[in-house]
Design a protein around this ligand. Structure first.
Ligand code: AFP
Length: 347
């Protein structure tokens, strides 16, 4: 494959969008360096602050947030941006009125993993400023995910990889640390429609909704169960890493509606995590739902709204949607009345 650079690839896009994505990717290259240097540059550990969700912020969360904010402030085409780390959007001082785009980002997803040296990532979403010429407010951001102009994530793993879509398929770019260029390493990425691998935080099993109880029980029952095949399970606790695994070999990721915090519909944020990931997944032929609704069709109520997320290999997600449509239909959900999800070894 001829590894064209991101700059060359962006030359085929609308110039304003290319400049906006270029600014985001320059910051992600800086974040990649900081993540790699970590403790050497005193960027490990807590920042002694918490965000709008009450979560403790790490030094690298704040570093990444600042990098992106500075780059977006300098970009002529960005009217405002919203970060998972802040209550309210920031209006660009210089370009608030004329900027074409609104950008949302989770500066460092999975940051609880940093000190364990497990992959973390940046997730971003680009929307058109719907009232261009006026100062953007929250309302401008509250667009359904299907209206995203572009979305992507960067996974800071053994390689630093960008997965990007501007609505015409998904491309992967690897950061070449030798010269700082992002180079295309996959194009028209497709997610296999079938899978034998699922990812869910099983410690929450007692809180899950019934259709998810049923789905996981059937996977765990393996060859002898209703699915008639063995499944593998993974949990990294870093959504970017989970989604990246799905892009490389298929799979399904679930952070379902649960009763752990009854006031919240889920753990993950619609605008900063679910919608951009859903955009990428659908662009690669996969599916992304809440269980009962397509994530991309959800009209957000608030910037920091949380939602259930089920995404990945299309046929598997469709099966889970069918279970949501009729949660009482299958007898295997009855299993939970008598025994644990994890079957005890035979005595
Ligand atoms: P952090 O950014 O606080 O580490 O949260 C990561 C995350 O939002 C998402 O990336 C994971 O899928 C999920 O939380 C992990 O949640 P658990 O704590 O339930 O494993």
């Amino acid at each position: 494959m001829n590894h064209i650079t991101l700059e060359q690839w962006l030359a085929g896009q609308n110039p304003a969008l290319a400049a906006t994505l270029g600014a985001i990717m320059q910051s992600c290259a800086r974040i990649s360096d900081a993540v790699a240097l970590g403790a050497l540059v005193d960027l490990h550990g807590s920042a002694d602050a918490s965000n709008t969700h009450g979560e403790v912020q790490k030094k690298l969360d704040l570093f990444a947030d600042d990098c992106l904010a500075r780059a977006l402030a300098a970009c002529d085409h960005v009217a405002a941006w919203a970060s998972e780390e802040h209550d309210d959007p920031t209006i660009s001082e210089d370009h608030g009125n004329q900027g074409e785009y609104l950008v949302l980002f989770d500066p460092l997803d999975g940051s609880s993993n940093i000190e364990a040296n497990i992959s973390v990532g940046t997730i971003f979403s680009v929307l058109a400023h719907p009232y261009r010429g006026t100062t953007p407010g929250d309302a401008g951001f509250l667009q359904p995910g299907r209206k995203q102009v572009a979305a992507g994530y960067v996974v800071y793993g053994p390689s630093t990889v960008l997965m990007l879509s501007c609505g015409q398929g998904v491309s992967a770019f690897t950061l070449d640390h030798r010269d700082g260029q992002w180079r295309q390493t996959r194009e028209n990425v497709q997610i296999s429609p079938q899978t034998r691998e699922f990812a869910i935080n099983s410690s929450n099993q007692r809180f899950w909704e019934k259709p998810v109880q049923r789905y996981v029980a059937e996977c765990l029952a393996g060859e002898a169960g209703p699915r008639a095949r063995d499944f593998n399970m993974r949990w990294v606790a870093s959504m970017v890493a989970e989604v990246h695994r799905i892009f490389s070999r298929g799979g399904v990721f679930l952070y379902p509606r649960d009763t752990k915090e009854p006031r919240k519909a889920g753990r993950l944020r619609l605008m900063y995590e679910a919608a951009p990931m859903a955009f990428l997944i659908e662009q690669a032929g996969g599916a992304a739902v809440t269980g009962t609704q397509s994530l991309l069709d959800m009209i957000p109520d608030t910037l920091h709204q949380k939602v259930p997320v089920i995404l990945g290999s299309r046929e598997e997600v469709e099966l889970i949607v069918r279970y949501h449509a009729d949660p009482n239909e299958n007898v295997s959900s009855q299993l939970f009345k008598t025994r644990s999800l994890f079957v005890q070894p035979h005595a």
